[in-house]
Design a binder for this molecule. Structure first.
Ligand SMILES: NC(=O)c1ccc[n+]([C@@H]2O[C@H](COP(=O)([O-])OP(=O)(O)OC[C@H]3O[C@@H](n4cnc5c(N)ncnc54)[C@H](OP(=O)(O)O)[C@@H]3O)[C@@H](O)[C@H]2O)c1
Length: 264
């Protein structure tokens, strides 16, 4: 398959690093016009440069804005009035004992991880439907279906995104617009690498360290290594492409077999 997204504009939220950055690179390599997002101008400008350098594409721009706020969202919508591919990648995570998560924290997780996506879907979906083509992809997690006790608030937001994706796919039925979620498993990002090192120490070379981490702390994984961000990006690029026209309302797994079920 030769994926050609030339002529399509893609906004990838939270793409100054990690999985979002890899998705931006993947979409730019496929020829899309890519808009990178993060909260601050400086990091967004640096990410625009690195996405250009890694993808070899020069149609990459930035739109800074905190998508958990009305003001930040308004700034991004003003900078990017129309998109064909919306990747709601932005997501925060952290562990807290369940009974210590207070109301403000529950609300913050919902605002950042769920409402940021819903606001952008509300803004961009009507245009996609009018133009008869569009892709909405929401980054979920194994934690959406295998809720970790120390991350209930995070798991709740990812389960919500599965519902959001299914619901808006129904709203877009028959229009040429597809809406899906991608269930990512444990992935090799900066934050996760630090977490692995905390648990298994600094002595082992990275390949052995991550294998030990997976076997001891994530034994459910059939991959027995962390997923590379590019592996998540590959699925997103495929789902964003015309080849994925019959996949909608779904939750597609790139979890290394982490979730122990046959159906998603
Ligand atoms: N890493 C994993 O193992 C894993 C596994 C399953 C699912 N996921 C999901 O995959 C997605 C990406 O994860 P990741 O590990 O790559 O994340 P990450 O490395 O923590 O990066 C988060 C990104 O979001 C941006 N950001 C944070 N708050 C923002 C806000 N309010 N408005 C706009 N941008 C904001 C950050 O940019 P600035 O700091 O520049 O603002 C950064 O680019 C998340 O939805 C996560 O839940 C991750």
């Amino acid at each position: 398959m030769q994926i050609d997204l030339s002529g399509r504009t893609a906004l990838v939220t939270g793409s100054t690093q990690g999985i979002g950055h890899a998705i931006a690179v993947g979409l730019a390599r496929a020829g899309a016009r890519v808009v990178v997002n993060g909260r601050g101008e400086k990091r967004v400008a640096e990410a625009v440069d690195s996405v250009r350098a890694e993808s070899g594409g020069d149609d990459v721009t930035g739109a800074a804005g905190d998508l958990a706020s009305d003001e930040g969202t308004a700034a991004v919508l003003a900078a990017v009035p129309e998109v064909d591919i919306l990747v709601n990648n932005l997501g925060i995570f952290g562990s807290t004992p369940p009974l210590e998560i207070d109301d403000a924290e529950w609300r913050r997780y919902f605002e950042v991880n769920v409402l940021s996506a819903v606001r952008l879907i509300r803004a961009y979906l009507p245009g996609m439907k009018d133009r008869g083509w569009g892709r909405v992809l929401n980054l979920a997690s194994d934690s959406a279906v295998a809720i970790p006790a120390e991350m209930i608030h995070y798991g709740m937001t990812k389960t919500s995104l599965l519902a959001v994706s299914r619901g808006f796919a129904k709203d877009a039925a028959g229009t040429g617009v597809t809406v899906n979620s991608v269930i990512a498993g444990p992935t090799h990002t900066g934050g996760v690498e630090g977490f692995v090192r905390e648990l298994v120490g600094d002595e082992l070379p990275w390949d052995e360290a991550q294998r030990e981490f997976m076997v001891k702390h994530r034994p459910q994984s059939l991959l027995q290594r962390l997923i590379e961000p590019e592996e998540i990006a590959n699925m997103v690029v495929y789902l964003a492409s015309p080849y994925a026209s019959a996949t909608t309302g779904g939750a597609v797994r790139v979890d290394g077999g982490y979730v122990d079920s046959i159906l998603p």
